[in-house]
Design a protein around this ligand. Structure first.
Ligand SMILES: CC(C)c1onc(-c2c(Cl)cccc2Cl)c1COc1ccc2cc(-c3cccc(C(=O)O)c3)sc2c1
Length: 232
């Protein structure tokens, strides 16, 4: 049957897309990835700067998701802390697909591969990047998928899960329609997108291990990352 996006859904979608496009890592910060030094130390410091900038972008984007600011304040924090790593994987994944001028893709991969992350985490991480790239998401889908990831009701310490569900549902409805409209010959496309959200949760686990091994090698994080990732 014909998929129709209502005018209200179109307006709702534009609020999220506009917020997503307005809150990006500043180009002068992203450009630092291209500077010469490639030592493990230099790579770790650069990636730390990117992750910190990413968290600032995430907080600003999240504040513009319809209904977020009307949630209980402690639940707002729980949602941000619960989704920060997943949102960073989604954002950095977009760098690996068409999003960034090519210079960034190889350089980012090189820096991640040589930043003290053990091989066992590289495989799932770059497999995720590959599968995201193969989806060729349009920017509306990227923005909605990030907002849906943030508005995940069953994060640790969320008290009013139903209030979060009520905000996530309309975004899932619009995303399902967008997938049908943008990928008419792939009826399973929406299901594949949601499958990436499941994959993201497993990456949280690997990321916690990455943090532990970095800390064992006396690597330091920024105060913002320590706060949002609950480290030291
Ligand atoms: C502390 C640091 C060492 C760290 O610990 N774990 C991770 C991590 C790693 Cl490895 C992989 C996935 C997730 C995390 Cl969280 C990181 C680095 O995290 C980041 C986070 C966001 C971004 C956005 C980028 C990016 C580049 C160009 C352009 C753009 C753009 O949006 O324009 C974004 S790079 C980047 C690196």
């Amino acid at each position: 049957e014909k998929v129709v996006i209502t005018k209200d859904q179109q307006a709702f979608m534009n609020v999220i897309l506009d917020a997503y496009n307005r809150h990006q890592i500043p180009p002068d910060v992203a450009k630092k990835l291209l500077q010469e030094q490639y030592s493990a130390e230099e790579n770790f410091l650069l990636l730390t700067e990117m992750a910190t900038s990413q968290v600032q972008v995430l907080v600003e984007f999240t504040k513009h998701i319809p209904g977020f600011l009307s949630l209980d304040h402690e639940d707002q924090i729980a949602l941000l802390k619960g989704s920060a790593v997943e949102a960073s994987f989604l954002r950095s994944a977009q760098v690996f697909s068409s999003k960034m001028p090519n210079g960034h893709t190889e350089v980012l991969e090189e820096r991640i591969r040589k930043s003290g992350i053990s091989e066992e985490f590289m495989t799932p991480m770059f497999n995720f990047y590959k599968t995201i790239g193969e989806l060729h998401m349009v920017e509306e889908e990227q923005a909605l998928l990030t907002a849906i990831t943030i508005m995940t009701p069953d994060r640790p310490y969320v008290k009013d899960q139903q209030a979060v569900e009520r905000l996530q549902e309309p975004m899932l409805d619009v995303l399902r329609k967008l997938c049908a409209l943008h990928h008419p010959h792939e009826p399973q496309y929406f299901a594949r997108l949601l499958g990436r959200l499941t994959e993201l949760r497993t990456l949280n686990h690997y990321h916690a291990e990455m943090l532990t091994s970095w800390r064992m090698n006396d690597h330091k994080f920024t105060p913002l990352l320590c706060e949002i990732w609950d480290v030291q």
